[in-house]
Ligand binder design. Structure first.
Ligand SMILES: *Cc1c(COP(=O)(O)O)cnc(C)c1O
Length: 230
């Protein structure tokens, strides 16, 4: 049996230790990645005080969000983040159900989310996903295109540009991963100079959250270490 309560305490402790080691006092948001996991486990995490959840698959996540909405035991607001690859023919349910999308990697996706965001809902928070290792198989915009994409997204009135997200290339050498995190932090700083509202550098997962926090991450996305292996 997996013990969500212990897992969350351990992750929160790791985040606190890493922040202390990096002499950081700013907030580091924990995003619990619940993809493939049932609402019953999301509920356990919610009861431990978590309220930010990340999902990757459109159909699965919309079903879970609807289930949560109808369940009176979820008695405080939840913030939902779409963090998976997004095809342009699937943007509508994402625009209608999520608070954030962190995997925007091209203008067409941003334009559709902007058009499809329902009137009366708050603006949809956006992170641009960056393909930091520039591997062809990975999603994300390239380093050379990120500033242009940011300026285009910034002009879409139903979206709110909040920052960037990336998944670094795995490596046995921690320095290789750290170098990618440092580059991401540079881009983040550069964007912030141009757009002062930008506040989110989403990097760090179960395997590398300490290094990400050392390099300035403001949001870590943790699946396995909270909910167990997928
Ligand atoms: C699955 C996923 C995570 C969580 O990864 P873990 O290694 O299980 O912590 C984080 N970010 C993204 C974009 C993911 O798809």
């Amino acid at each position: 049996m997996i013990n969500i309560q212990n897992n969350i305490l351990a992750v929160e402790n790791k985040i606190a230790q890493a922040a202390l080691a990096a002499q950081r006092e700013d907030k580091i948001q924990l995003l619990a990645v619940s993809k493939t996991k049932p609402v019953s486990l999301i509920k356990e995490a919610f009861k431990q005080g978590l309220s930010h959840f990340g999902e990757n698959y459109v159909q699965e996540s919309v079903e879970k969000i609807q289930q949560v909405k109808l369940d009176p035991e979820f008695d405080k607001p939840i913030c939902w983040y779409f963090i998976g690859p997004l095809q342009s023919n699937k943007t509508r349910p994402v625009a209608e159900n999520f608070d954030w999308v962190q995997s925007v990697d091209r203008l067409k996706i941003a334009q559709r989310l902007n058009q499809q965001r329902p009137e009366g809902m708050p603006n949809l928070n956006i992170c641009l996903q960056i393909n930091i290792s520039e591997e062809e198989t990975k999603s994300g915009t390239t380093l050379s295109q990120v500033m242009e994409l940011a300026s285009q997204v910034q002009q879409l009135s139903r979206l709110k540009l909040r920052g960037i997200m990336a998944i670094p290339q795995k490596s046995d050498n921690p320095k290789v991963v750290e170098q990618q995190f440092l580059t991401l932090h540079q881009i983040f700083t550069q964007l912030q100079q141009q757009y002062p509202d930008i506040d989110t550098l989403s990097m760090g997962m179960s395997g590398d959250l300490e290094s990400a926090i050392k390099c300035g991450s403001t949001m870590v996305r943790i699946g396995t270490d909270i909910f167990g292996a997928r």
